[in-house]
Design a protein around this ligand. Structure first.
Ligand code: UFG
Length: 333
């Protein structure tokens, strides 16, 4: 299939592009490089620098590449930032998303896989979370992702769009060539590994008074390679007409880990001390977020292949070390 990946130069998008190319699809990446990296785009994929707010550029890309389906990753995705700057999130995630959908409609592109998030559930009242549980986002990030999910359903009704939304839990890990390079970095796994390498100060654990086994928050960490594989299954299913207009959670086998367990696992994997101290809670952090992934397992045959936390963390560490050896910028680049 000829697939356009918006945001395909970012952390998760670059791994999805890698997987799609490996499966024999023709992929074009469309990314404004505001946060992505040109060198993260695998050889074999075309690259077009552009913004999803630019409908003309999108229509041009659809024409040039004869696009049949879209994987939509381009977005702003920091919870804390979204609370302070909601306009930015409505613009990128809603206005940008609608610009994309209108360009798809104009070009007759009728299939999309959308990168959604566990943040659409807000503070869930039960675990593991199922897709039909209440949707009550507590920040503009989750709110704007949900708004786009809902727009997809209306575009389906009006224009026959086929869509799959994948609600990610906590992506982590790396492939040989693609890993996490955010600036600033806010995610736990890369911060812990930078601390192990002496490139960041001590890890601050955001609260240890949650109702969990050791008092720290529980999250469902899924290997980015598994996450990418789920996109391949989803796009191939809608391409073949086997899936239409579905929403799936994407977690790692229904099990979560506390912040302390992640730090301990990273100490084991790296063999290095990782200084950590407890700080105050971070606003907006739910105590536990664990996915029920049974729907995607049942309907698309998805099974995570890398469920071991040490393996997930180890892959991210190997990528960081390799990057250092190559003399690339430090992970903060
Ligand atoms: N944490 C710390 N210290 C840090 C960083 C994180 O203790 O320095 C904790 C957080 O409080 C949280 C856990 O580690 O309990 C994981 O935090 P991340 O920032 O790595 O990830 P989040 O769970 O906050 O965010 C993820 C996705 C978001 C999504 C959100 C759903 O990255 O896109 O889940 O709530 F919105």
């Amino acid at each position: 299939m000829r697939i356009l990946v918006t945001g395909g130069a970012g952390y998760i998008g670059s791994v999805i592009t890698e997987e799609l190319v490996a499966r024999g699809h023709d992929v074009a990446v469309f990314d404004n490089l505001a946060k992505g990296h040109r060198d993260a785009v695998v050889e074999g994929a075309a690259f077009l620098q552009g913004d999803v707010l630019d409908g003309e550029a999108l229509r041009g890309a659809f024409r040039t590449y004869g696009v049949e389906a879209v994987v939509h990753m381009a977005a702003d995705s920091l919870v804390g930032e979204s609370v302070g700057n909601p306009g930015k999130y409505y613009r990128s995630n809603v206005v940008g998303g609608l610009t994309l959908l209108d360009a798809m409609r104009d070009a007759g592109v009728g299939r999309i896989v959308f990168s959604s998030t566990a943040a659409v559930y807000g503070e869930p009242n039960k675990q593991p979370i199922e897709e039909d549980d209440p949707l009550a986002p507590t920040n503009p990030y989750g709110e704007t992702k949900l708004a786009f999910e809902r727009a997809l359903a209306w575009y389906e009704r009006a224009h026959g769009l086929s869509h799959v939304s994948l609600r990610y839990f906590n992506a982590a890990g790396a492939t040989d060539r693609c890993g996490e390079r955010h600036d600033p970095e806010t995610h736990l796994v890369p911060l812990v590994l930078r601390a192990a390498l002496g490139e960041a100060g001590e890890v601050v654990i955001f609260g240890d008074d949650y109702p969990t086994k050791d008092g720290t928050c529980v999250r469902d960490y899924i290997h980015v390679r598994d996450l990418a594989h789920a996109h391949v299954l989803a796009i191939e299913a809608i391409g073949a007409g086997r899936a239409k207009s579905r929403v799936y959670n994407l977690g790692c086998g229904g099990r979560g880990y506390t912040v302390r367990e992640v730090i301990d696992a990273a100490r084991d994997v790296t063999g290095r001390p990782i200084p950590a101290r407890v700080g105050p809670r971070r606003a907006g952090d739910p105590a536990v977020l664990v996915a029920s992934s049974t729907r995607i397992e049942r309907e698309l045959g998805f099974r995570p292949r890398h469920q071991d936390l040490a393996e997930i963390i180890g892959s991210a560490f190997d990528w960081m070390l390799a990057r250092r050896r190559r003399g690339g910028a430090r992970p903060a680049a």
